[in-house]
Design a protein around this ligand. Structure first.
Ligand SMILES: Cc1cc2nc3c(=O)[nH]c(=O)nc-3n(C[C@H](O)[C@H](O)[C@H](O)COP(=O)(O)OP(=O)(O)OC[C@H]3O[C@@H](n4cnc5c(N)ncnc54)[C@H](O)[C@@H]3O)c2cc1C
Length: 485
C-alpha cells in the first residue's frame, strides 16, 4: 500500500449535512490495513461504512473504505448459531446470504438495511422491541496500535474490551471482522391501529413486542404499528397474493406517497404541514393484518427521501413526562399555543429556559410525526441503552428541509436536548444529529470513563479521533488538547 493507492476527494454523508476532505484507501486484507495505519500514524484515520450517520462521527484525514471485507460465514459453536462477517458487509448482504445458506436471520433490524455491520454496531443501531444489534456481538477483530505506536490486531471476545467494541464510535480502531449470534428466521404479523393515548399505545407491547408507534404532530394522535413475531410458515396461494399486494401497497403508500405528502406540505408552508399532519392518521389503512418475512416489515425504503433525524432515549418510567415536555416545546416552536399549563411552565422555569422557549415561539413547524420505539438494555459500555435495568423508549424527530435550511430544526433539537438531559436524563443516538457535548452527557453513562480508558489504550496517540470525539467524548485528535486542558 502506497499513498498513491489512495483517492483524495471531498466526501459527504447520506444526509448531505456533513462533508470532509479526505484521502481514501480501499484495503483488501488486514495486512494492508496495518500498513495504512503504520504509514499514517501521524494523521487522523477512520473507516467509513455506508455514511448513513448524520453526526460528524465519520470524517478524518485518512479514510478506509472497507467494502472489500464482505465475507459472510455462518457457523455453529457449542450448539449455538453465529455468523462471522467482514467489516464492510451491509446488513442487506448478511441477510441475503444467511437466508440462502441457513435457517437463520439477524436478531434485530432498524428502519433500513443498507448500513454496514461495523457502522451499525459502532453507533448502537437498533429497531423496536429487541436490544440494539451491538447486543448480539460476540467478537470483534480490530486493527489499532500498541503502546509503542505500532499497528497490531486485537481480538476482543470477552470482558469490557468487547463491551466497548460493541458500540465503539470508531474509537477503538479499524474493525476488520465482527461475529454475532443469529436467530431462527421468523415472520411478523403487523396490524395498524389508532390508540387513544400514550398509556393505551403502551398497553399493546405485551402482545405485540416489536411494535413501533407513530405520534402525529398537531393532533397528537397515537398510531400503533402493532407487530408480533410468528414462526416461519408456508403461506397458501391467497395469503401469498395478499402478502405481495400489501408489500407493494406499503411501498407506494408509506415509502412514497406519505413522503411526497411530507415534502410537498413542507414546501407549501406551515398551514399545509398542519393540514397534512392532521389528516395523516386517518389516511393510514387500519385493522388489516399484514404477514411477511421479518426483514420485509422491519426495514423499508426510508432512505428514498433525503432527511435528517435526532433520536432521544428515555427510560420507560420517564416516557410520559418526556412526551408532555416534547409536546409543549413542539407546540411553542410551531406557534400553536400562547400559554403552557402551570405545571409544565414550572418545569421550564426551574430548568432556567422558559424565557428561551418563549423567544422561539413560531420559529419552527415540525413537518414529520415522531416515531417511538422500545429498546431493551444491551451489554455495551456506552450505547444509548447501556447500563440500563429497564427498557428505554426512543423518540425520533425528523426534518426533510434541505441541508442549508435546517438551522431552525437544529435550534429546536438543541433546546429539546438541553431540556431533556436535565429533566429526564435523556440520551441521544450517537449516529444522528447530536447537539450536546462531553460536559452535558458524560454523567449519563455509568461506564463512560471506562470506555474512554479503553479507547485511550488502543489509540494512545489519538489517531482514531476527530472533532466529534473531541466534542462528545473529550477525546481530541492528535495534537489537540482536551476540554479540561
Ligand atoms: C435512512 C436512515 C435510517 C436509519 N435508521 C436507523 C434505525 O432504524 N435505527 C438506528 O439505530 N439507526 C438508524 N440509522 C442510523 C444508522 O444506522 C447509524 O448512523 C449507523 O452508524 C450507520 O451505519 P453506516 O454503515 O452508514 O456507518 P457510517 O455512518 O459510515 O459510520 C458510523 C461510525 O462507524 C464507524 N465505522 C464504520 N466502519 C468502521 C470500521 N470498519 N471500523 C471502525 N469503525 C467503523 C465510522 O468511523 C463512524 O464512526 C438510520 C440512518 C439513515 C440514514
Amino acid at each position: 500500500m502506497q499513498p498513491s493507492d489512495a483517492t483524495v476527494r471531498r466526501d459527504t454523508n447520506f444526509g448531505r449535512n456533513q462533508s470532509w476532505e479526505t484521502r481514501i484507501y480501499e484495503p483488501a486484507n488486514e495486512h494492508e490495513v496495518l500498513a495504512i495505519l503504520d504509514m499514517h500514524s501521524k494523521k487522523t484515520i477512520r473507516a467509513f461504512g455506508s455514511k448513513h450517520s448524520w453526526s460528524d462521527i465519520v470524517g478524518a484525514e485518512i479514510s478506509l473504505d472497507m467494502t472489500r471485507f464482505a465475507s459472510v460465514e455462518p457457523f455453529v459453536r457449542g450448539g449455538k448459531k453465529f455468523v462471522r462477517v467482514g467489516a464492510g458487509c451491509t446488513l442487506r448482504k448478511i441477510l441475503r446470504e444467511l437466508h440462502a445458506k441457513t435457517d437463520q436471520t439477524l436478531p434485530t433490524l432498524g428502519a433500513v438495511d443498507v448500513q454496514t455491520i461495523s457502522g451499525a454496531i459502532s453507533t448502537g443501531t437498533h429497531g423496536s422491541g429487541r436490544p440494539s444489534l451491538s447486543s448480539y456481538v460476540t467478537r470483534v477483530k480490530v486493527a489499532a496500535y500498541d503502546e509503542a505506536g505500532n499497528a497490531v490486531i486485537y481480538d476482543y471476545a470477552a470482558g469490557q474490551e468487547l463491551e466497548a467494541a460493541r458500540c465503539g464510535l470508531g474509537c477503538l480502531g479499524i474493525i476488520i471482522e465482527v461475529e454475532l449470534s443469529t436467530t431462527p428466521k421468523y415472520m411478523i404479523a403487523e396490524t395498524v391501529r389508532l390508540r387513544t393515548s400514550l398509556e393505551d399505545a403502551l398497553s399493546v407491547y405485551p402482545d405485540y413486542p416489536l411494535t413501533q408507534l407513530l405520534w402525529s404532530r398537531h393532533n397528537w394522535k397515537w398510531l400503533a404499528f402493532q407487530r408480533k413475531p410468528i414462526g416461519p410458515r408456508t403461506l397458501g396461494v391467497m395469503e401469498r397474493l395478499k402478502t405481495r399486494f400489501l408489500r407493494v401497497f406499503s411501498f407506494i403508500n408509506v415509502d412514497v406517497m406519505f413522503h411526497v405528502g411530507v415534502t410537498g406540505s413542507r414546501s407549501a408552508g406551515a398551514w399545509a404541514v398542519r393540514g397534512f399532519q392532521w389528516l395523516m392518521p386517518s389516511l393510514v389503512p387500519k385493522g388489516v393484518e399484514r404477514i411477511d418475512d421479518s426483514e420485509r416489515i422491519l426495514a423499508f425504503h426510508h432512505d428514498l427521501f433525503r432527511h435528517e433525524e435526532m433520536e432521544i432515549f428515555v427510560e420507560e418510567a420517564k416516557l410520559a413526562e418526556t412526551t408532555e415536555l416534547l409536546r409543549a416545546i413542539t407546540d411553542v416552536f410551531a406557534g400553536n399555543v400562547d400559554e403552557l399549563s402551570p405545571s409544565i411552565r414550572q418545569i421550564f422555569d426551574e430548568l432556567g429556559c422558559y424565557g428561551e422557549l418563549l423567544a422561539n415561539r413560531g420559529r419552527y413547524v415540525l413537518h414529520y410525526p415522531f416515531i417511538v420505539r422500545r429498546v431493551p438494555p444491551d451489554d455495551s459500555l456506552i450505547s444509548m441503552t447501556a447500563s440500563k435495568t429497564e427498557a428505554s423508549f426512543s423518540i425520533s424527530a425528523f426534518t426533510y428541509d434541505p441541508p442549508a435550511r435546517r438551522k431552525p430544526f437544529y435550534d429546536f433539537c438543541s433546546f429539546v436536548a438541553r431540556a431533556l438531559v436535565l429533566q429526564v436524563e435523556a440520551r441521544f443516538h450517537w449516529g444522528k444529529h447530536f447537539p450536546l457535548n462531553y460536559e452535558q452527557i458524560s454523567e449519563l453513562y455509568p461506564k463512560f470513563e471506562r470506555f474512554r480508558e479503553i479507547a485511550l489504550r488502543s489509540d494512545p496517540h489519538g489517531v482514531f479521533r476527530n472533532g466529534y470525539t473531541a466534542r462528545v467524548l473529550n477525546l481530541p485528535p492528535r495534537g489537540a488538547t482536551t476540554s479540561s486542558g
